[in-house]
Design a protein around this ligand. Sequence first.
Ligand SMILES: C[S@@+](CC[C@H](N)C(=O)[O-])C[C@H]1O[C@@H](n2cnc3c(N)ncnc32)[C@H](O)[C@@H]1O
Ligand code: SF4
Ligand code: SF4
Length: 400
Amino acid sequence: MHQTVVGTRELSRDEVKRYLSFRKNSTSSNLDKQRTKREFTRLFLEYAFFGDETNHLKSPVLVSWDITSKCNSKCKICYYYPTFAPHKEDLSLSKLKNIAYKLHKGEVLEVTLGGGEPLIRKDFENILKTIKEYDFFTYLLTNGTLLQNTRANKIYSLLDDDDMIQISLDGATRETYLKQRGIDAFDTVVKNISNAVKNGVATHCNCVATNLNSSEIPKIYELCSELGVGSLTITMPAFLGRFKAYLFVHQRILVRRILETLELKEENGYKTQLIDGLGLPYSLDEIRKAVNSKEKNLNARPHCLAGTGKAAISSIGDVYPCTFAMYAEFNAGNLLKDGLEKIWNNPKAFAKFRGGRDLSKAKCSKCKFVNMCRGGCPGVTKNCFGDVNHADPRCMATVM
Ligand SMILES: C[S@@+](CC[C@H](N)C(=O)[O-])C[C@H]1O[C@@H](n2cnc3c(N)ncnc32)[C@H](O)[C@@H]1O
Ligand code: SF4
Ligand code: SF4
């Protein structure tokens, strides 16, 4: 596996050992069956790059694909609008098929379908059918508003055990949901989440944490548990698009809320996994251990894979390192014109994601987390400072 997946480097015995111990110690060790294969791939890839950002895979094995730039919601937090969605027309099904074929030839393993709202496309079922014909692990991101009855059942019948659906859930009440998402769809979404679970689909919820909903995090978790959802991620918002600073909640507060929620989980024996998407260098389990035992030897987490193991495709087929970095400067080519291999080997577009980020003048150069964090999200820093050679404004060092 190592030689076929990793482009330029074979892992040594010691590295594999470190990887296995990372897996053992990570929150992922108690993953349910459906997540195991996916997480294994992801963790393996993350591990493959641990401490070596100049390396990259022969092909991006994980791809996020915006199959539409349209949406039926008006979320205040949305990173996508207006910056990354300038294109009015989406690609036809036959063009999407052409791209899917190229991803298959390029040895992509997992495709995340997003947008915009993927289900706004009337031909979504046919798109999904095409994706499944190529046997990609499929991860569907949806706001859950359009997952009703017959249509939802058709979609679920196309998914298999390794696939997952992520439904956004930004509140535990109708009012909070409406405030953050701009549409009065809480009841519909909760009903549709419940239906997905009942249909045996591996269902994950995602909550973008803001000052509109952070006090409800434990309740959002409890709701997910009642609905039988497999996992819930609490996500730190990216400072992009519509997201405005006034919505930001300091990581310290979020860490506290999440630790409280973990206690709730344990006290009540809830099964839903709680995943922190805060971008911290350490897992919350590690942080909790440190808080409780004053243990300072934490197992650091590897950095993100944008441009080294994963890529993003825009609604017109352009390829970028990440959905958070769809800037002209990082446009590596278009899949309707070229094959994935040629695009992936565009050195200029990916340079800043493959060791070319210069953090020597940033506070990161003196930071003990720099090997894991690498200055945080390049997409966010470019948006905030004009280039990527700065520390992420959500710098996690302040929490540790
Ligand atoms: C862009 S949406 C596309 C899928 C679908 N429309 C939805 O809302 O679930 C993908 C995910 O990104 C999340 N998201 C939106 N804006 C974000 C931001 N500024 N930072 C982090 N995540 C964000 C959404 O809540 C959603 O879970
Ligand atoms: S987060 Fe999803 S549902 Fe909300 S505006 Fe963005 S794309 Fe639409
Ligand atoms: S200073 Fe902050 S942004 Fe920079 S590497 Fe350290 S934790 Fe990351």
